[in-house]
Design a protein around this ligand. Structure first.
Ligand code: NAP
Length: 348
């Protein structure tokens, strides 16, 4: 198969660098254009990127000249890892000009005609694309992946909701520093500390899963009717968001049934055999002190969500802990998986 040329908008940031790493040697996609702000444009990527991934900058990519985020690049598909202060307008401009935009940014996630996508959970929401294309009048469109913390939460809620009906969730997040981009949180704020506030994060955690778990009906998504209460904290961890969940079900299941449902989850897109799809979207860890970011964030090449400590709650029904790699499953890997789904469904 001839590889599809792709561009990366916001290629110099934390998520942009992950996109570069994960797209290098991808079997279906080939990086053709790297774009960022005026500050970076015009120079070779290797000279201006403040590279923070231990595998090093791929040699050929380092030589590519960074361009501006203008819809004139030689690629049909663009991945957006732009700061949300600029992502909205730039992504629209690309879609209007016929590009397929696969975005990490929050700006268009809740638009009624934009899929907020996790292939294992709601591939059926791709039906929104036909409706959206009418808006742009051309072949271009936007699909988005959820917020990094939402991605782990929703992947775990989906099989539980299908099997037992989820009514209420209380979630507390302990979010890694890389989730704030680079340079992100000042070292004197982060070190030896927990910051019990992340701007806008609790709202995303309480609303995005309802759209993703919703149903496509009469040309729109009807949100899933369940309640989520979120507490979000920034902690001094480099990569990997940990979340503790307490859940009330429509019908309280047995502990073993919960573990079986989570471990057996394959998801809607399983049969498509997408290159970045983990063999197991959810990996249950029986150890009494797992999952932990340092030990478990790279499970399934960072694309699986690790779950442990499933136990009864004396307030709601059950409690558990999950861990999601925020820049892989929660961002760059999620976007690449979405693009693979679009290609497998012949939407690119
Ligand atoms: P980041 O490290 O701050 O990177 C931001 C990128 O946007 C840089 O490449 C920057 O280019 C570019 N940019 C900023 N202003 C621009 C402008 N005026 N024109 C063109 N490009 C501009 O942020 P990040 O953490 O990678 O996050 C990127 C997006 O993904 C955000 O919307 C974020 O909310 C979302 N996201 C992040 C995570 C995560 O774990 N970090 C997870 C899920 C979603 P320059 O270097 O040239 O300034």
């Amino acid at each position: 198969m001839k590889k599809i040329k792709v561009g990366i908008l916001g290629a110099t940031g934390a998520v942009g660098q992950r996109l570069v790493q994960l797209l290098t040697n991808h079997p279906w996609f080939e990086i053709n254009s790297l774009c960022a702000s005026e500050k970076s444009a015009g120079k070779p990527y290797g000279d201006i990127v403040n590279w923070k991934i231990s595998t090093g900058i791929p040699g050929e990519i380092a030589k590519l000249k960074v361009g501006l985020c203008e819809p004139t690049i030689d690629a049909k598909l663009v991945f957006s890892a732009l700061d949300s202060s600029v992502a909205g307008e730039i992504e629209e401009n690309f879609a209007k000009n016929g590009y397929v935009v696969v975005s990490n940014s929050r700006n268009h996630r809740m638009d009624s005609d934009v899929p907020l996508l996790i292939p294992e959970v709601n591939a059926s929401h791709l039906k929104l694309i036909e409706i959206q294309k009418k808006r742009w009048g051309l072949r271009g469109f936007i699909v988005t992946n959820p917020n990094c913390t939402v991605c782990g939460l929703t992947l775990v809620l989906k099989p539980l909701d299908d099997a037992f009906g989820v009514k209420k969730v209380i979630v507390t997040s302990m979010q890694a520093l890389s989730g704030a981009g680079y340079p992100g949180v000042a070292s004197l704020d982060a070190l030896d500390n927990v910051i019990p506030y992340i701007d806008g994060e609790e709202e995303k955690l309480e609303t995005e899963p309802l759209k993703i778990l919703g149903e496509f009906k009469n040309g729109r998504i009807v949100d899933r009717d369940l309640k989520i209460s979120a507490h979000c904290n920034r902690v001094s961890v480099r990569d990997g968001h940990t979340e503790t969940l307490t859940i009330e079900f429509e019908k309280k299941p047995a502990r073993d049934a919960i573990i079986k449902v989570l471990s057996g989850f394959k998801g809607e897109s399983y049969k498509l055999d997408l290159p970045s799809a983990p063999k197991k979207p959810i990996v249950y860890l029986p150890g009494r002190d797992r999952p932990q970011p340092v030990l478990d964030r790279n499970i399934g090449d960072g694309m699986s969500v690790a779950v442990g400590r499933v136990r009864e709650s004396s307030v709601l029904d059950f409690k558990l802990v999950l861990l999601v790699h925020n820049t892989i499953r929660g961002a760059a890997g999620a976007a690449i998986l979405n693009a693979e789904l679009l290609l497998a469904k012949r939407l690119i």
